[in-house]
Design a protein around this ligand. Structure first.
Ligand SMILES: [Zn+2]
Length: 364
């Protein structure tokens, strides 16, 4: 089973099943139902946020022979051809591996002729910012005088690298990172349909680790399924798989920092290393936690945005710990840990920079 299995299997077939990016879906479906679609679109945003999925949905909807409003019927010959990936009028190109002028020239040739079967020829150009300069200029020429039956959708993770004259010819949509709840919603649907038993905490852990990318979230779920087929998936399974350091380990170490207990802190770190904890992940988790504390200290109202989906106990603990520090100490401690994180990459004793940082932080 590859990481992409679930991602492909659960790609939405209609706009109503597309989770997230509501601002874009609303505008695009309005354009489709009112017949005011553009000739060129620029889909920009973080990876795994649905750019190519939405591009394909759009291509299907505008070609559907029997649409219901903006929704494709998924039954007509056009929809079926597109769903089966057999539509030769839908051209998908990855500019990361086809970045030269010749590829764009061949697009120009093929776009000259009317569609073979569908109403529109749709060119989906992924990673469009990777085109060479000559290729980008050739693409610009096509965009300046597009045939009436051609639609261009350029997808990019780095819109600022696109040449401005191309970007200005496109209707631009910025894709947001998926929210924590949107990712959980999709994962829950998949688990339900697949008959997978999974703990709520496991879903939460996947959602945090995927950092707004649905593709990454589905990839993690896929991975855990191939390791643990047919069993109830627990939060701990995901933590082990991803090398995630448990929150209670971090809060316990933080407690030593608060109590200014050097011996206790060093002993605790030593024990964790004995247990085989991943030191870079451990340091990263500590820094990330202290970052949350300093933000909470500045404005406790930000709790929802920095600790989405955390349990009430974890939130209460974090608030209490943030109150036990003064802002300056927290700031200095984070700085020391950031330095230690860097130094440990080259240290002959890997944990030494972390230990020194802890000693110094407690001495503040
Ligand atoms: Zn259809």
């Amino acid at each position: 089973m590859t990481n992409l299995v679930l991602y492909r299997k659960y790609r939405p077939y209609s706009f109503k099943d597309f989770i997230g990016q509501e601002h874009i879906v609303k505008t695009i479906t309005n354009e489709i139902s009112s017949g005011t679609i553009s000739h060129a679109y620029l889909f920009s945003g973080h990876r795994g946020t649905g750019k190519t999925t939405l591009a394909r949905l759009f291509a299907k909807a505008i070609n559907c022979q029997n649409p219901k409003g903006a929704e494709p019927c998924n039954k007509c010959p056009s929809c079926l051809e597109i769903n089966e990936g057999k539509a030769i009028d839908i051209i998908e190109i990855d500019a990361a591996s086809n970045r030269g002028i010749d590829e764009i020239r061949s697009i120009r040739e093929s776009i000259k002729f009317a569609p073979n079967f569908l109403k529109y020829k749709v060119l989906i150009l992924d990673e469009a910012h990777q085109l060479s300069k000559d290729a980008a200029n050739a693409l610009l020429k096509i965009l300046e005088e597009p045939p009436s039956f051609a639609i261009f959708i350029l997808a990019t993770t780095e819109a600022h690298k696109m040449i401005p004259t191309i970007a200005s010819r496109c209707q631009r949509f910025d894709f947001y990172k998926l929210s924590y709840n949107e990712i959980i919603k999709k994962l829950s649907i998949i688990c339900k349909k697949e008959g997978i038993e999974i703990e709520e905490g496991a879903l939460r852990t996947i959602a945090s680790a995927s950092e707004g990318s649905m593709r990454d979230a589905e990839g993690i779920l896929n991975q855990v399924l191939s390791f643990l087929p047919g069993v109830r998936i627990k939060e701990e399974d995901i933590q082990v798989l991803l090398g995630i350091v448990k929150t209670d380990v971090i809060t316990e170490l933080t407690e030593y920092l608060i109590k200014k207990d050097k011996a206790g802190a060093l002993k605790f770190v030593g024990e964790q290393i004995e247990k085989g904890i991943d030191l870079p992940e451990f340091t990263k988790a500590l820094i990330s936690y202290l970052r949350k504390l300093i933000i909470l200290k500045i404005d406790a109202n930000l709790i929802e945005s920095i600790m989405p989906g955390e349990t009430k106990e974890s939130i209460a603990k974090a608030i209490k710990q943030s109150e036990s520090f003064d802002e300056e100490t927290l700031k200095r401690t984070i700085e020391l840990l950031l330095e230690a994180e860097n130094k440990s990459k080259y240290a002959s004793i890997q944990q030494l920079p972390l230990e020194l940082a802890i000693i110094e932080a407690i001495g503040i």
